[in-house]
Design a protein around this ligand. Structure first.
Ligand SMILES: Cc1ncc(COP(=O)(O)O)c(C=O)c1O
Length: 381
């Protein structure tokens, strides 16, 4: 027991010295406002892009579902956890994404770590954008396939790698974030789809940050008009609830339901969460102005900082070392803003940053004030 604690303390001390120790901070969120460490702050660190997590339609749907079905699913979906609310959510997700069918998982992380190993295995090939989310890397590793990272957003590099390694592999998968979670840029889906077609590979795009924000709310494949056969995402960001999903052909979805281990061996989502997610899909389909707002605000913010045009609701300001990002985050906190510093290993070493997430309800004058402070006091321009 002593050596176990010593091990943990030594690890923590090393992380502390490198400015990389992390710990959750109690945050009382009330829409775009949060209370943290005794301060009331305007948050730019929340992925609730459409501010739906407290929307009355979602809250009421969750309450009604709780009264009818209770707060827990009680078992895995293949046992007795497949409560009646799942059918409607999956049908609505498939309709929104233009796919034959959809399958809901316990979270986005569980979706990627279930989907990828259900499609490819030892002897197969996975090409993965080097900046893809951690759960894509985890799913790829779990599959036992050969994993080759290609340079960020570089379809030509993906093509070079697949040309050299495709032969002799029964199956190949190309996986990328649709909108990159820490950079906010869009994947080159049309070019990746071409590579996939040329080399008989399957394309999977993780649309965690695209759904509800780009492509008129339908996600990154719709932003570029690309046919992506495997559209994965989360229900925890613009949807405002919790869970993950895959939209694909009926055959692929049926395969997930019988082979994806994170679907089979994990309890179904709580009924109120599923009901809330369905209410959110409804709003995304109906409210064009709401869906357009985060990207419009992100573009204005990036313009005010003379940064490249924002492609999503995420605007990164890269500062380099972890200490610089932490110091900038503190400074903004003193000005009344919550912008959490993003450090390695979430981003590559030397690219610690402030990651600004713009949401529909952020007041334009506050966005402008924040941009002014960042420009003068962080970027010193
Ligand atoms: C690109 C991407 N994929 C997957 C996930 C995981 O989704 P979830 O939070 O639902 O597990 C996230 C976010 O955390 C993400 O940013």
């Amino acid at each position: 027991m002593g050596s176990l604690d010593e091990f943990a303390r030594a690890k923590l001390a090393g992380l502390e010295r490198a400015g990389l120790r992390r710990a959750p901070v109690v945050t009382d969120r009330e829409g775009i406002w949060v209370e943290r460490e005794g301060c009331r702050l305007l948050s730019f660190s929340c992925n609730d892009y459409l501010n739906l997590s407290r929307h009355p339609a979602l809250v009421e749907a969750a309450i009604a579902a709780t009264h009818r079905y209770g707060v827990g699913a009680g078992a895995s979906r293949l046992v007795t956890g497949n409560h009646p609310l799942y059918d409607e959510l999956e049908a609505r997700l498939a309709r929104l994404k233009g796919s034959e069918a959809a399958c809901v998982f316990g979270s986005g992380y569980l979706a990627n770590t279930g989907i990828i190993p259900a499609l490819v295995g030892p002897g197969d090939l996975i090409l993965i954008d080097e900046l893809s989310h951690a759960c894509i890397h985890a799913g790829a590793k779990l599959s036992g396939a050969t994993v080759l990272p290609y340079r960020h957003a570089d379809a030509a590099h993906a093509q070079t790698l697949i040309a050299a390694h495709r032969s002799g592999k029964p199956h190949a998968l190309i996986v990328t974030d649709g909108v990159f979670s820490m950079d906010g840029d869009l994947a080159p889906l049309p070019q990746l789809a071409e590579v996939a077609q040329r080399y008989d590979a399957w394309l999977l795009a993780d649309d965690a940050h695209g759904l509800g924000v780009v492509g008129a709310g339908r996600g990154s494949s719709f932003a570029s008009g690309t046919d992506v056969p495997l559209q994965m995402g989360t229900l925890s960001k613009a949807i405002g609830a919790y869970g993950g999903y895959l939209c694909a052909s009926r055959a692929v979805i049926d395969l997930m339901r019988t082979r994806a281990r994170t679907f089979i061996y994990s309890t179904g989502l709580p009924p109120p969460v599923v009901a809330a997610a369905t209410a959110a899909v409804d709003l995304i389909e109906r409210d064009r102005d709401l869906v357009a707002a985060p990207l419009r605000k992100a573009k204005a913010f990036a313009r005010a900082l003379a940064l490249p045009e924002a492609q999503s609701a995420i605007v990164p300001v890269i500062l380099g070392e972890a200490e610089a990002a932490v110091a900038a985050s503190r400074l903004l906190m003193e000005e009344g803003f919550l912008v959490v510093a993003i450090r390695p290993p979430t981003v590559p070493a030397g690219t610690a940053r402030l990651r600004f997430a713009l949401t529909a309800q952020h007041p334009d004058d506050e966005v402008e004030r924040l941009a002014g402070i960042v420009r003068r006091r962080v970027l010193r321009r």
